[in-house]
Design a protein around this ligand. Structure first.
Ligand SMILES: [Zn+2]
Length: 412
């Protein structure tokens, strides 16, 4: 086998109407230039009228494409691509070539290699390793994701999760919309506003939004305002973990207030106990367990707040809406008569958002999976030291968490 036939197989040209005419190795710059030519008849299909016959070759356009490296040599394909005039409509257009899409300056297999690398590496590492400019890298990403997203089917989404992540050190937010059953991010919106939900609905389809079985989100009024406006408030399920967080915060507030008062009297029993009240008791050391047991059984206010928080955990186990409602009414009475302001405030909040809390009994959904995706996204954001633009971060989220079928080679 000679070099040209070997290269032809390596480049995937062996069954096409193209063949290699010249291979030029520049050892100084470490670049291989592979020149290609074509055999007639050329395959052609007019984009305008679909005709597969052409009248004559109009001219040739000299083009180059970056291809996958060959043994660490940067590989560039060169060819004069014919432009032909359509037999039927006389429109002049370029014939399609098997290794690249129109107007792209990189081959499909090179694009695939870059996309696979972007999943596991930071963008700056991909740039360095594959010697590509930021422009080329972003063009590959933007096009591949835009293509994959247009063919992505979201009609099967039944359970929608909505959650936000902070970017740029918490100065900006992105709202992520998840398919909770498939653990995929289906849409990313900027900010966490009322408008963000409306923009999503515009993309997703209002009709389809109304047929969702349930929507899991946080008790965040701008989101809820939009959901209510779409008459979908009855589908809302508030995320269990966000509610737990509100209860934990109340316990912590009670502890801090009480600690301030106690230390004025020289009592330091609540010093350094923050995490004893917040941690799962199973994760405490033997010594911490002993201290916590004594504190928990004391007549401290924080012990009462903790008791009420713990009592609420039973709510999540109910199977019947009736029993769960009775339980909540009893808990609410106890919380509002506890004389603990932070606990009373949380109780009032839970009452106000009761419609979405009781829905958990019918649809036991949580955003736990989306929290998992969020921590994955935080890793990507850190790894790339910021993504230069929010759009690039969105693309990376779609690439890594979007469940997209990104195969430039297969979609040619
Ligand atoms: Zn035509």
């Amino acid at each position: 086998m000679n070099t040209k036939s070997l290269l032809s197989i390596v480049l995937g040209l062996d069954h096409s109407s193209w063949y290699i005419t010249d291979v030029d190795l520049n050892t100084e710059e470490q670049i291989v230039y592979v020149t290609l030519n074509y055999k007639k008849p050329l395959q052609f299909q007019c984009e305008e009228c679909g005709c597969t016959q052409y009248k004559h070759i109009h001219d040739h356009k000299q083009r180059t494409w970056r291809h996958k490296d060959l043994c660490e040599y940067l590989t560039v394909l060169k060819a004069g691509v014919p432009r032909v005039s359509c037999y039927k409509c006389h429109r002049v257009s370029q014939v399609s070539i098997p290794w690249a899409k129109a107007f792209m300056r990189t081959t499909l297999s090179f694009q695939q290699q870059i996309l696979d690398a972007c999943v596991v590496m930071s963008l700056s590492d991909v740039q360095k390793m594959y010697r590509v400019s930021w422009y080329t890298l972003s063009m590959i990403l933007i096009r591949a994701i835009a293509n994959a997203r247009t063919i992505k089917n979201v009609s099967q989404v039944q359970y929608l999760g909505i959650d936000e992540i902070a970017i740029h050190k918490g100065h900006t937010y992105l709202t992520l919309f998840y398919d909770l059953e498939r653990s995929e991010v289906i849409w990313v919106g900027e900010n966490r506003k009322y408008e963000t939900i409306l923009q999503f609905v515009e993309w997703f389809g209002e009709e389809r939004f109304r047929t969702l079985t349930a929507i899991c989100c946080d008790m965040w009024d701008p989101y809820l305002k939009a959901i209510k406006q779409l008459n979908c408030a009855n589908k809302v399920v508030f995320d269990k973990f966000h509610i737990k967080k509100h209860l934990n915060d109340a316990v912590d507030k009670v502890r801090r207030q009480e600690h301030r008062i106690l230390q004025d009297y020289g009592d330091w029993s609540l010093k350094n106990t923050k995490y004893l009240w917040l941690k799962n008791p199973c994760n405490l050391t033997a010594c911490q367990k002993q201290t916590f047991k004594e504190l928990k059984n004391s007549d401290l206010k924080v012990a009462r707040a903790y008791g009420l928080k713990e009592l609420f955990t039973h709510f999540w186990d109910y199977q019947s809406v009736g029993w769960a409602t009775q339980f909540f009414n009893r808990w609410f009475w106890a919380a509002t008569h506890s004389r603990l302001t932070p606990v009373k405030k949380v109780a009032a909040t839970l009452k106000r958002y009761w419609y979405g809390i009781i829905n958990y009994i019918k649809h036991p959904l949580t955003n736990a999976r989306s929290e998992g995706i969020n921590s994955k996204i935080r890793v990507y954001t850190k790894r790339a030291y910021g993504y230069k633009t929010v759009d690039m971060l969105k693309n990376i989220i779609y690439l890594t968490c979007g469940g997209l079928n990104i195969h430039p080679l297969k979609s040619r």
